[in-house]
Structures are given as C-alpha cells and as structure tokens.
Design a binder for this molecule. Sequence first.
Ligand code: PLP
Length: 427
Amino acid sequence: MNKTSSELFQQAKHIFPGGVNSPVRSFRSVGGVPPFIERGQGAWIYDVEKKAYIDYVLSYGPLILGHAHHAVVDAIVRTAQRGTSFGMPTPLAIQLAELIRSKLPSVEMLRFVNSGTEAVMSAIRLARAATGKTKVIKFEGCYHGHVDSLLVQAGSGVATLGLPDSPGVTSGTTADTLTAPYNDLDAVARLLDVHRHEVAAIIVEPVAGNMNFVPPIDGFLSGLRQQCDRSGALLIFDEVMTGFRVDLNGAQGLFGINPDLTTLGKVIGGGLPVGAFGGRADIMRHLAPLGKTYQAGTLSANPLAMAAGIATLQQLFQDGYFADIVKVGMKLDEGWRGAAASAGIPITVSRMGTMSGIHFQKDQPRNWTEVNRGDVDLFTRVFHSLLNQGIFLAPSSFEASFISSAHSESEIQQTIEAVTSAFAAQT
Ligand code: PLP
C-alpha cells in the first residue's frame, strides 16, 4: 500500500523542519495537509493518493509549458546522456544567454547562477561594487529571495531603516537596506534625499508577485528610472518571476524601461534550478575575472538547466504561442469575475500576460498595506473548497497565480465550475 499524503507528511516532519524544503509548501497559512505529488503532466498534477489537480502554481512560475513538456523532457534526457556537469564552459550556456538577450536587450552581458536568490545576492554585490555605495532601497511586500540583506520587515515609516525580518539576520546586515511602500515615488524621493550619495541601487519587482499580484501604477517604473538617473543609483529589475511571464520582453519590455541590471530565474530554467543576473556591460565587467567583484558557482550554467531553459524559450518564442496562453488566461479571469458577481462576493482579478492575481477585496491593492485588507478567511475557505474539487491554487493569499500553454478551454471550464460552486457555498 502506498503511503497517504498525511502519512508522508508525518514522516517528513521528522527529517525536514515543518516537513518541507520551502516554507509555503507546509500549508501553514491555510491549514491541512499538503498533497504529496507523484507526477505532473500538462496542466495537471497527481498526488500519491491518485487525486488529480489542475495546477495554477506551476512550481511557483517556472513551468510555462506545463508539466513534463515533451520538448523539455527530451532536451534534459539527451543532455544528461552526455554528462551532467563539467565545471567548464559549454555551448549550451551561450545558446540560452543569446535567447534571453534576444528579448531583453538591456541584458548586454549576463551570468548564470542556480537560483533567483543567488541572482539577486550577486546583483546587489555587483551594484555596490560598481557604484562604490552601500545602501539599497527595496519595497515593502517585494520578495527577492532569502538574501540576508533583503529580509527586511515591511517598515511602517518611509524613512525607517530596515529591521531584520528573520532571526539569524543581523541588524548590521540590514542596516544598509531602506524600504519604501510599493508604487510610492514620493517615499523613494525622500529616502534619496536623506541618503544622498549613499544609495547603490533600487531593487524592485516591476510587477509585484509576492504580495499576491500588484501591478505598478502609471509612471512608477519610469519615475524610478528618473530618480536613479538623478541620484546615480542603479535600477535593478527583479524579473525572476516576471521574466518571460508578463510579456515575452519581460516587464522591462512591456513598460519600455531599461534597468541597469536584471535578475532572472524560474522560466529560464524550464523547471530546473537556475538563475541569472545581467545588464549593462560596463557594470558586468566589474565581475571576476575581468574585475575584482567575486562571484562563482560549481554548478552554475549546468548543462541540464541550460537545455531545459533553451527548450522552454524556443517553444515560447514561436509565433503566437505566448499570446495564445494569455487568451486562455483571460477566459479564466472572466470566469472568476462572473462567479464572484453571481455570488455577490467582492474580488478583484488582474492579469499581465501569463501571471495574474485574485484579491478577496473590492479594489485592486497598490501596496502591501492595501493587500492586507483582503479577506484571508474567505480565501482560505475558497482555497480548500477548490482543493477538494481538484483545483490547486498556491496555499497562501499572498501568492500570484500562473497559467501554462497546457491549460486548455476544458481545464478553464472545469475550474470556473469549481469556483462557482466554491463561491456559492460561501453565501
Ligand atoms: N525574486 C523574486 C521576484 C521571486 O519571486 C523569487 C522567488 O519566488 C526570488 C527572487 C527567489 O528565487 P529562488 O526561489 O529561485 O531563490
């Protein structure tokens, strides 16, 4: 007899803290037992009890072609048969880098790493080295991986110096991190005024996806660009989530803003561990061996991740392919809106490309404070009702939602029926 998810969760708790290898998987914020997954195919995942779910998490973004896409699996298998890592350059890395640069021209040079966290950590070090300045401005509710210096409490006061958000992070580490509310250019201007000549970089999720989904308001990103130009700070777009998700040209293409540095991850690895940071060549040349800024990695640009990324981007870049995913996503949005309207439940649904968010409140939030006005209890009840009906949303009201090319009309229809029934049960 195969073990149930419940039995496996108990077993996992003896070996992994909280039973998991990344906190959100533990279902802490929604309660209950996380389904243990046996396999995925297309838009579906299957747990160890053979229950099937339509997946809107997609490994938190990477799987834009769905699970086990044949082109990605073939590329991984073919590559693995020739060796998995050499600690030497490979042609595959150039191929993936050129595919990325073809859509993100601001990335004149780049370097591959193994996760989004590593990409951000390296980009911050590089920004400090290139500018000779120390402070970094980040926004409340933006997540940039578990980089020590960016694990900073969403501060209340605009000019508040960052306080560590996690035990184990010293106040010294975050002393150079300044926070501002998302979408608030005045707050940024005030920080730059107080810390004139000290700010190395402003780092932003150009479309926020870690406080659920919060798009930038008109002029926010261009305003950041101007403030960086005026102050000499570098503008870092953290496109780990938005890259190849909100638009084929990233958020930077969608909004027509050239950041100085960009961080990437998720989609560019097609479901394998990968990250990248890149940008202006004059900045990137500060990296060793050309410059003195050290950065390295045993498995960086490993052939399996490169092959999975190439296969993914090649599919995605086919004519009309991305637009077709977006069309399906828009039908899903209409379904959510219609179901909520029928049940008289206030929600907002917003989307950019293949990334979207549903907030359980009347108005689209613009920042972390407003996101927190959402009805978390209602989200939790709807989440569990959908889970029971075989629809898998991220187990937290602070996550964005994703769709893949494997989601077809029939999956959308099935999802809308489940949402309608979940909402009806709330009234
Ligand atoms: N930056 C953003 C915007 C992210 O969404 C994430 C992860 O969700 C990261 C960085 C960290 O990436 P990773 O989990 O690959 O370390």
